[in-house]
Ligand binder design. Structure first.
Ligand SMILES: [Fe+2]
Ligand SMILES: [Fe+2]
Length: 432
């Protein structure tokens, strides 16, 4: 009889245990990837092997739908949810709760080609350096939130490589996920691989991040998570891998890039790379033979397909070019033919940069995005960069807004400038 009473007590206890214990403690907050108009991948980590389950729904108080990962118990979870309604906000939980929380949600992508305001937050080299830079990382996130109407959410987060210093799981958690978790739980993350993420044949990187190898978010399938493309509204984004060193791999990437861009019909084209095409930072592109090879092989393809913005990482400084075309050689080879508009592209000064829609070689702006947690000094100041900040204190990030025919780009520096502003640079491109 005593045993029966004990069993009854245990059963009652299990019944009233909070869902978090049944589903394991969440030790890495959820992050959202491969967002499309009708699907999303939700990833997180638990403290022990459990069957992963995502509950979701459009009402915060009642998450009526759910998706189970598989019957296998896992610590690292990756759940793909399909059959969603485009451009719709869903709340979700990963701890078994049927109730949502205010800040944990995803918004599915709008249909490609649609005209809607889009805000992208761009970070680079965010997880690099050791944990003593955590305060700087948190400051970068705080400046973003403050700029973004006290809100962490972006339509897209682009992370330009070096998500870790030594490519360890510990650093990924402590240098990257811990600082970004408030953003990642409601913003679609698209990463670029950096040299610091590649100490192990990209194994750790590729198992941590889910990326659209099969054109899930638009574009042409690359068949690999190392490089890929995506569409969001009227924007096409290509993410290239600078860490592929073998000739066959390089050739395949170029073939895919050509195919992908030949099929692209979106109004805007943004290219993301870790190692820069042009930069006078620590890894100077004028003396780097790999940079010359990237310029020779990739840049003409991008420019022939009308690339508007090239986002680069790796050097932990802020540099921004004026509107340039066909600068395949070193910056010292610059001639008048390369200069489409030598102004600052500011409407309140010398006017926005103007481009024709769907027309090749109309000019590109190169931006070296500063480190989110670590800043460096540059070696040289190349003349193609009218805006150039050189120093150890200038961590920050980039905000890219696109709405219809207009693109606005801003550099948010963690420091204030002499006018007390965190916006250290801005420019506009308008498509005619
Ligand atoms: Fe770096
Ligand atoms: Fe790097």
């Amino acid at each position: 009889m005593r045993y029966l009473i004990l069993i009854r007590k245990v059963l009652l206890l299990l019944l009233f245990l909070p869902p978090i214990l049944l589903n394991g403690q969440v030790t890495r907050q959820p992050y959202l990837q491969v967002m499309t108009p009708t699907s999303v991948v939700v990833s997180w980590q638990s403290d022990k092997g459990v069957v992963g389950k995502v509950c979701y729904g459009t009402s915060i108080s009642s998450l009526t739908m759910s998706k189970i990962e598989s019957e296998t118990k896992e610590i690292y979870h990756e759940v793909s949810i399909t059959g969603l309604i485009p451009y719709t906000k869903y709340y979700y939980s990963v701890n078994g709760s049927s109730e949502g929380t205010e800040n944990q949600y995803f918004i599915t992508n709008p249909y490609p080609d649609s005209i809607t305001p889009v805000r992208m937050w761009v970070i680079a080299d965010f997880g690099q350096s050791n944990s003593d830079q955590n305060e700087r990382r948190l400051e970068t996130v705080a400046q973003w939130k403050s700029f973004n109407n006290n809100n962490y959410h972006a339509d897209i987060l682009l992370s330009l490589g070096d998500q870790t210093e030594d490519d360890s799981r510990y650093q990924l958690q402590h240098n990257y996920f811990n600082q970004l978790e408030n953003v990642l739980k409601n913003t679609a993350l698209f990463t670029v691989i950096g040299n610091h993420d590649n100490h192990d044949g990209m194994l750790n990187y590729l198992s941590t991040f889910a990326l659209p190898a099969n054109a899930e978010s638009g574009g042409i399938a690359s068949g690999t998570e190392k490089y890929y493309s995506l569409d969001y509204a009227n924007i096409h984004i290509v993410v290239l891998c600078t860490e592929i060193m073998d000739d066959d791999g390089k050739k395949k990437q170029i073939e895919w890039l050509n195919k992908d861009l030949d099929c692209n019909k979106q109004d805007w084209l943004i290219a993301c790379v870790h190692r820069p095409f042009h930069s006078g930072g620590h890894h100077r592109s004028d003396v780097d033979k790999d940079a010359q090879e990237r310029r020779t092989t990739w840049l003409p393809i991008l420019e022939q397909h009308g690339v508007d913005l090239i986002l680069q990482g790796h050097n932990h400084i802020y540099e921004r070019s004026y509107l340039l075309d066909n600068l395949i050689g070193k910056t010292t080879t610059l001639s008048d033919a390369n200069v489409i508009d030598s102004g600052l592209g500011r409407e309140d000064m010398d006017g926005a940069y103007l481009k024709e829609k769907h027309t090749p070689n109309q000019g590109t702006v190169f931006v070296e995005v500063p480190g989110g947690g670590v800043a460096s000094e540059s070696f040289e100041h190349y003349s193609i960069f009218p805006i150039h900040y050189n120093g150890y204190d200038y961590e920050g990030s980039l905000v890219v807004d696109v709405y219809g025919n207009r693109m606005d780009v801003k550099f948010l520096c963690n420091e204030r400038d002499e006018n007390g502003s965190h916006i250290w640079d801005y420019f506009t491109i308008i498509k005619k």
